[in-house]
Write a protein that binds this ligand. Structure first.
Ligand code: BES
Ligand code: ZN
Length: 880
C-alpha cells in the first residue's frame, strides 16, 4: 500500500481484461483473531482480450496467502509469483478453476476498506478497490461474476450472517458456530460484494412491485437503534415506487437489506441487495435528528436504491467512468427529492453546493473532467466534480431533450446495456439514439475540466424595439488542459418589463412564439440573440433555475437585483438576486473603514422578506440566509478570510439590529404548531424561526436569550433543540452557552449521531471553536480517532466551516490540520486525504496566508511513508 512514487493510471491505456470470472464461490470463516477466506473462481480467457499469452494476474492488498490451487492441483511456490499487490500465475489454460485461500485480520483493519470490524460486527466496504483486501481477484468493474457466499461464525456473537442476493442454505456447525449461504443470481463486479456478521435486530416490511412481486425489506441495526429505522424504511418504499413511476425500474431480487454501521468512510454503499450505511445516514428519530438529517437520509436511501439500476445492473467499464453511475444517480436522487419536497429549495441547495465547493474544486489544483483522463488513487476521485457536476451534465441532457425523450433515452440505455460494464459515452449515445439529437459538442462537458464563464452584455434599440444579448463564453485553463473549445450550454432566460411583468420572447421579426421563457443554446465562443417587439428596456433574468453549471458575469445594478428579488417569477433567480445583492454589499465592506454606511436598501429588502407571509415560506427561509463565507471566499481572489468574515459579521450585525422587532415577530409567528411534521411548510417554519433566533443572539439580545433558553428546554424535536443550542453557542452569553452545551451532552451522550452534532456545533463556531477549544474537543472522552464521523465532526468541520478560526493569521490552524492529516494517514488514508482539501487551494489566498498553507502542505509531503491517497493530493497541490 505504501509507496514513494505512486503510478499514474491512464484512461488511454485501458485494455479489456485477459480473463473473465463466470462464477465465484466464497467461504468466510470468521474468528476473533482473523478470518480465513476460501475462494473458488471459475475463469476463462476473455475472447475480446487484446493480449496474447496465458499469464493470469490477480490483485491483492494486505493479504496472507495460505494456499493456491489450479483445477484442484495445489501450486508449488515456483508455479506462481506473489508480488505483494499482484498474484501472478505464468501459465493457465483457456478455462480453469482457481482456488485461493487467504488469511486477513479484520479486527486490525483501520482503513475501513475490505472486511473490517465496527462496534463488534464484521462488515465490508469494497468500492472502489477493497475486494482485493479480502482475496486475490481481478478487482476491476468490467469483470462481472455470479457470487455464492457462505459465511461461518460463532452463533451467539454473530447470529445474523448476511451477503448479497438470496439466502439458500443455513445450519449449525460444531463449537457453537453456524453458517448461512447466499446466492446472487445477477453477475456483478467485485466492488458490489458485501458481507455482514453481527448481533443485530431487524426491522421488516414489504413492498409490492408494479408487476405484483412481493419484496421483503429489512433494516438491520444494533438493538439500541431499533426505534430509529422507521423513517429510512418509509423513504425506501417511496424510492422504490418513484423509480417505477418515473423511470420504469422495478426491483429485481426478492429481498432488499440495509445495514447500519458506525464506522464508515463514506455515507452509504449500494452493494447488490445489501446496502451498507453509515449510521448517521440511516438512523433518525424526532428527538435525535434534525430536519436536514431527515432530508439527507431520504436522499441517500434513494440514491443507493437507485444504483440498483444505474450502477449495478448497468455498471462502469473502468473507474474513469465513475460519473456514469454517480452523476446519473445523483441526478436521479435530486429529481426524487424535488418531487418529495420543494423543487425550488432543492435546486437552491444543489446550486449552492456546486457554486461553493465544486466551482472551487474546478478552479484549483485537483480540477479534473467529469470523465478524468488519469488518476493515481481512485478513492480521491469521488469528488464534487464526478458527483455534482456529473449530475448537472445529466440534468442538461434532460432539459435539452425534454422529459419524454430523456425517458426514452434512459429506457434504451438500461435495455441495451443490462448486465454490461459501459462508458459515459454509451450513455450519451443512448440519449442521442433515442432522441435523434446530436450531442457531439455536448460531450465536451465530460472531457473538459473547468467552469465555463459567460460574459453577458446587452443592448436595447428603442427605435426598432429590439433587445440583444451578447454572450461570450470561455473555459478556463486547468492543470494539464488549456486552449479549450466552446461548449454546448443551455441558457434559460426571461425578460421582465418595468412593472415586473414577463415579456414575450420573439426571436425574429417574424417570430410570434410568445413564450415567456426560453432556453438559448450557446455553442459558439461569441453568440448573440435578438428579441423583437420589446417595448421598453427590460431587466434580464439569466440562467434561470441554474440551467447550466457556469459562472455568469453581467453588470447588475443593485436596483435591478432588488427588482428581481421581488419580481422574478423564477424562484431560483429570485433567491439568486438576493444572494448577489448581499454578496455585493459584503464585498464592498471588506476593508472599508469603520462607519461606512451599509446599503439601506438591503435592510429594507430583508424587512420585506421577514414580513412576507404570501411568498412560499420555504423560499423565504432560504432567501434569509446570507451567502456563506465559503462562497464569498470562492468569489474573491487573494482572499483574506478574517477580513471577509468581519465584513459578513458587520452586515449580519447591522441587519439584526435594524430588524430586531421584525425578527421577534417572525419568531413568534413561526412558533411551534402542534405535532412535529416533516412537510416543507413545517420545515420552513422551523428554519425561519431558528434563523430569527440566531440573528437575535448574534447581537446578544436579552429577549432573544430568554427565547433561546426556553426553546432549548421545551423543544420536542432536534431541529429546534439544536437551533437553540447553536444560537447560544454563537452568542456572547457565556454562561448560557456553557450550561446548554453541558446539558446537551449529558442528555445525549449515549447517542453517537447526536454527539457528532454536539462536536460540530462547537467546531464550526467562531466563539466556541478557536484552536485551543478544538484541541480540547480532541481530548474529550467521546472523541475517537478511529471513527470517521468523529474526525469529520471536529477536524473536518473546523477546517471546512470555521473559516476565520482555521485561517488564523498566525498559521496555527494550518499546522494543526497538517498534524492531524499525518496522524490519520497511518490509520485511514482515505479520510486523511479528504481532510487535506482545505489546504489545497492555497494559491487563492493572500500571500500571508498562502505561504503558510503551502508550508503546511510541505510538512505533510515530507512525512515518511505517505499513503498513495495523501501523496496524490499533496503533490498535485504543490505542483506549478
Ligand atoms: N458508491 C458510493 C459510495 C462509495 C463512494 C463507496 C466511494 C466507496 C468509495 C455511494 O453510492 C455514494 O455515492 N454515496 C454518497 C452519498 C450519495 C447520496 C451521494 C456518500 O457516501 O457520500
Ligand atoms: Zn453513489
Amino acid at each position: 500500500m505504501r509507496t514513494n512514487q505512486p503510478q499514474t493510471i491512464y484512461l488511454s491505456e485501458y485494455q479489456a481484461p485477459a480473463y473473465l470470472v463466470d462464477h465465484v464461490s466464497l467461504r468466510f470463516e470468521l474468528f476473533e483473531d482473523g478470518a480465513r477466506v476460501h475462494s473458488t473462481l471459475s475463469m476463462r480467457r476473455n475472447p475480446a482480450a487484446m493480449q496474447s499469452g496465458s499469464t493470469l494476474e490477480l490483485d491483492g492488498d494486505s493479504l496472507t496467502l495460505e494456499s493456491l490451487a489450479l483445477n484442484g492441483q495445489s501450486l508449488a511456490s515456483d508455479e506462481y509469483r506473489n508480488e505483494g499487490d499482484k498474484l501472478v500465475v505464468p501459465t493457465v489454460p483457456e478455462a480453469f478453476e482457481l482456488t485461493v485461500v487467504t488469511w486477513i485480520e479484520p479486527q486490525n483493519n483501520t482503513r475501513l476498506e475490505g472486511l473490517y470490524k465496527s462496534s463488534g460486527m464484521f462488515c465490508t466496504q469494497c468500492e472502489a478497490e477493497g475486494f482485493r483486501c479480502i482475496t486475490y481477484y481481478p478487482d476491476r468493474p468490467d469483470v462481472m461474476a455470479r457470487f455464492q457466499t457462505r459465511v461461518e461464525a460463532d452463533k451467539s456473537a454473530y447470529p445474523i450472517l448476511l451477503s448479497n442476493g438470496n439466502p439458500v442454505e443455513q445450519g449449525d456447525l460444531e463449537n457453537g458456530r453456524h453458517f448461512v449461504t447466499w446466492e446472487d443470481p445477477f453477475p456483478k463486479p467485485a466492488y458490489l460484494f458485501a458481507l455482514v456478521a453481527g448481533d443485530l435486530v431487524e426491522k421488516r416490511d414489504t413492498f409490492t412491485t408494479c408487476s405484483g412481486r412481493n419484496i421483503d425489506l429489512r433494516i438491520y441495526v444494533e438493538a439500541r437503534n431499533a426505534r430509529k429505522c422507521d423513517y429510512a424504511m418509509d423513504a425506501l418504499k417511496r424510492s422504490m415506487r418513484w423509480d417505477e413511476e418515473v423511470y420504469g425500474r422495478e426491483y429485481d431480487l426478492d429481498i432488499f437489506m440495509i445495514v447500519a454501521v458506525d464506522d464508515f468512510n463514506m455515507g452509504a454503499m449500494e452493494n447488490k441487495g445489501l446496502n451498507i450505511f453509515n449510521s448517521s445516514c440511516v438512523l433518525a428519530s424526532q428527538d435525535t435528528a434534525t430536519d436536514a438529517a431527515f432530508q439527507r437520509i431520504e436522499a441517500i436511501v434513494a440514491h443507493e436504491y437507485f444504483h440498483n439500476w444505474s450502477g449495478n445492473r448497468v455498471t462502469c467499464r473502468d473507474w474513469f467512468q465513475l460519473s456514469l453511475k454517480e452523476g446519473f444517480t445523483v441526478f436521479r436522487d435530486s429529481q426524487f427529492s424535488a418531487d418529495m419536497g420543494s423543487p425550488t429549495v432543492k435546486r437552491i441547495e444543489d446550486a449552492t453546493l456546486l457554486r461553493t465547493a465544486q466551482f472551487a474544486e474546478d478552479a484549483g489544483p485537483m480540477a479534473h473532467p467529469v470523465r478524468p483522463a488519469s488518476y493515481m488513487e481512485i478513492s480521491n476521485f469521488y469528488t464534487l466534480t464526478i458527483y455534482e457536476k456529473g449530475a448537472e451534465v445529466v440534468r442538461m441532457i434532460h432539459n435539452l431533450l425534454g422529459a419524454e425523450l430523456f425517458r426514452k433515452g434512459s429506457d434504451l440505455y438500461f435495455d441495451r446495456h443490462d448486465g454490461q460494464a459501459v462508458t459515459t459515452d454509451d450513455f450519451v449515445k443512448a440519449m442521442e439514439d433515442a432522441s435523434g439529437r446530436d450531442l457531439g459538442q455536448f460531450r465536451l462537458w465530460y472531457e473538459q475540466a473547468g467552469t465555463p464563464v459567460l460574459a453577458v452584455s446587452d443592448h436595447y434599440d428603442e427605435v426598432q424595439g429590439v433587445y440583444r444579448l451578447d454572450i461570450r463564453q470561455s473555459v478556463p485553463d486547468t492543470p494539464g488542459q488549456s486552449g479549450k473549445k466552446p461548449q454546448h450550454i443551455p441558457f434559460a432566460i426571461g425578460l421582465l418589463d418595468s412593472e415586473g411583468q414577463p415579456l414575450p420572447l420573439n426571436m425574429g421579426a417574424e417570430d410570434s412564439n410568445g413564450s415567456f421563457e426560453r432556453v438559448l443554446e450557446l455553442t459558439e465562443t461569441q453568440h448573440s440573440f435578438e428579441f423583437h417587439g420589446v417595448k421598453e428596456r427590460p431587466v434580464p433574468s439569466l440562467l434561470r433555475d441554474f440551467s447550466a453549471p457556469v459562472r455568469v458575469h453581467y453588470p447588475w445594478t443593485r436596483e435591478q437585483l432588488l427588482f428581481l428579488m421581488s419580481h422574478d417569477p423564477d424562484g431560483f433567480n429570485r433567491w439568486d438576486a438576493g444572494q448577489k445583492l448581499a454578496v455585493d454589499v459584503i464585498q464592498s465592506l471588506v476593508d472599508a473603514p469603520q462607519g461606512t454606511e451599509i446599503e439601506p436598501r438591503l435592510v429594507e429588502a430583508y424587512r420585506l422578506l421577514l414580513n412576507d407571509t404570501e411568498l412560499d415560506q420555504a423560499l423565504v427561509a432560504k432567501m434569509l440566509l446570507l451567502p456563506s463565507e465559503a462562497y464569498l471566499v470562492e468569489l474573491s481572489d487573494q482572499a483574506d478570510v478574517p477580513a471577509i468574515h468581519a465584513a459578513r459579521e458587520r452586515v449580519l450585525d447591522h441587519l439584526a439590529r435594524a430588524l430586531r422587532d421584525d425578527l421577534l415577530a417572525c419568531y413568534q409567528r413561526n412558533a411551534g404548531q402542534g405535532d412535529y411534521e416533516l412537510t416543507p411548510a413545517a420545515i420552513a417554519r422551523r428554519s425561519l424561526r431558528n434563523t430569527a433566533l440566531a440573528w437575535l443572539l448574534h447581537i446578544d439580545d436579552e429577549q432573544g436569550r430568554a427565547l433561546a433558553v426556553e426553546q432549548y428546554e421545551q423543544a420536542d424535536n432536534m431541529t429546534d433543540r439544536l437551533g437553540a443550542l447553536r444560537a447560544l453557542v454563537n452568542s456572547g452569553f457565556e454562561s448560557e452557552r456553557t450550561r446548554a452545551l453541558a446539558a446537551f451532552f449529558e442528555r445525549f451522550q449515549d447517542d453517537p449521531q447526536v454527539v457528532e452534532l454536539w462536536f460540530s456545533v462547537q467546531a464550526s463556531s467562531d466563539r466556541a471553536g478557536q484552536l485551543p477549544q478544538i484541541q480540547a474537543l480532541l481530548e474529550h472522552p467521546a472523541f475517537d480517532w478511529k471513527n470517521p464521523n468523529k474526525v469529520r465532526s471536529v477536524v473536518g468541520v473546523f477546517a471546512g466551516q470555521n473559516l476565520a478560526a482555521f485561517h488564523n493569521p498566525d498559521g496555527s490552524g494550518y499546522r494543526f490540520l497538517a498534524d492531524q492529516v499525518c496522524r490519520l494517514d497511518d490509520s485511514n488514508p482515505q479520510i486523511a486525504a479528504r481532510l487535506v482539501s482545505p489546504l489545497t487551494r492555497w494559491k487563492k489566498f493572500s500571500p500571508q496566508y498562502s505561504s503558510q498553507m503551502k508550508a503546511a502542505l510541505e510538512r505533510i509531503r515530507d512525512k515518511t511513508e505517505l499513503s498513495r491517497d495523501v501523496y496524490e493530493v499533496v503533490h498535485k497541490s504543490l505542483a506549478d
